[in-house]
Design a protein around this ligand. Sequence first.
Ligand code: HEC
Length: 147
Amino acid sequence: MMKALAAGLLMISAGCALADDPAAAKPAASAPADTRPPGQKLYARHCLPCHQADGYGVPNMQPAITDGTWVKSDPRALAMFVMTGGFNSGERKDSQNGNVMPPFAQLPDADLAQILTYIREKFGKGAPAVSAAEVADARSKLQKPPN
Ligand code: HEC
């Protein structure tokens, strides 16, 4: 009898805590652990707005990455493409793509490697992973002064 009463009181106080302080109950309910691989998270932040979650882009705005030429190409060529924003696509804006690709050279090698590995696996028919060393190599070639 005392036990049941105590349990009832506990339940009531728990209910009150929830009602009084909804924020206290929030984290557990609304923040499940983000288990996406790092490359997918970075893609979501930097690339998804234009190329979409499925990599098919948006017609007349930005092209599909999925099954494209670049995603499956040499890792360094792909890294250069992304670091320069399609080799300065703004300068040769075409009628097919209303948008231009911004450069991503500001991202660290490791982040770019994660993104490129993700898009190759997901949109490039499992093309091999890209390492941070390959991105660094591509970057060093980009920064070479023209001669
Ligand atoms: C503001 C929109 C925008 C964002 C953001 C963007 N892109 Fe692009 N992307 C474009 C456009 C426009 C093109 C076409 C450029 C061209 O043809 O020169 C393109 C082309 C590409 C291609 C070549 C597709 C092909 O034809 O094979 C790849 C690969 C690519 N983007 C990867 C990425 C990655 C990776 C990111 C994120 C780090 C990214 N893009 C972010 C607009 C965007």
